[in-house]
Design a protein around this ligand. Structure first.
Ligand code: IMP
Ligand code: MG
Length: 188
């Protein structure tokens, strides 16, 4: 008998399957092509690591010439699956954002602490514009108000993984977003 894929024992259910994900990302791409139609200095800024799959798929739908760069930020002080008030930049982007139209591409907004800090940091560098595009949004978890310009899916307060999002650094490669089983989270 073939072995069951390893992720299955952690998966409660598939929340957003590959077709729905890709259809929504194509739609977002269309909207961005319209909104940034005349933009000459567009920079897609991927927040590592969770945003990688979303960035690469989204970028392929954007016909406006654009640059890509990466930034890594993390919250610390609490367990890996909880957010904290303190955020630090682990890896800064290389591009000088001054005068550029920056679109931040993020996997998920939870409490909002990470993005709030990233936005504050970027704003101080005087980009021409700064907007946010998040694949997933857990509105009910928000602790800090954030204006999200583009959202793929609003989701409930459940821990999800796949399509860039990790379960203890694993399973980012799955083509769908799945809900983690409660007992997969017990070792927190
Ligand atoms: P925030 O600062 O609370 O908004 O947390 C944002 C970060 O926490 C995201 O960029 C993810 O890396 C991580 N995160 C939040 N919720 C989940 C989840 O359900 N699955 C995987 N990672 C998550
Ligand atoms: Mg993230």
């Amino acid at each position: 008998m073939p072995m069951a894929p390893a992720y299955k024992r952690y998966l409660e259910e598939i929340l957003i399957d590959e077709d729905r994900l890709q259809a929504r990302i194509a739609e977002l791409g269309k909207t961005l092509n319209r909104d940034y139609a005349d933009c000459e200095d567009l920079l897609l800024l991927c927040i590592l690591k969770g945003g990688i799959m979303f960035l690469t798929d989204l970028s392929r739908h954007i016909q406006v010439p654009h640059m890509i760069d990466f930034m890594a930020a993390s919250s610390y002080g609490l367990g890996a699956r909880k957010s904290a008030g303190s955020v630090r930049i682990d890896m800064d982007l290389q591009t000088d954002v001054r005068g550029k139209h920056v679109l931040v591409v993020e996997d998920i907004i939870d409490s909002g602490h990470t993005l709030s800090f990233v936005i504050k940091t970027l704003k101080s560098r005087e980009p021409a514009s700064l907007k946010l595009c998040a694949l997933l949004n857990k509105q009910s978890r928000r602790e800090i108000e954030i204006d999200v310009d583009y959202v793929g899916f609003d989701i409930e307060n459940k821990f999800v993984f796949g399509y860039g999002l990790d379960l203890d650094e694993r399973f980012r490669n799955l083509p769908f977003v799945g809900v983690a089983r409660q007992d997969a989270l017990l070792d927190e």
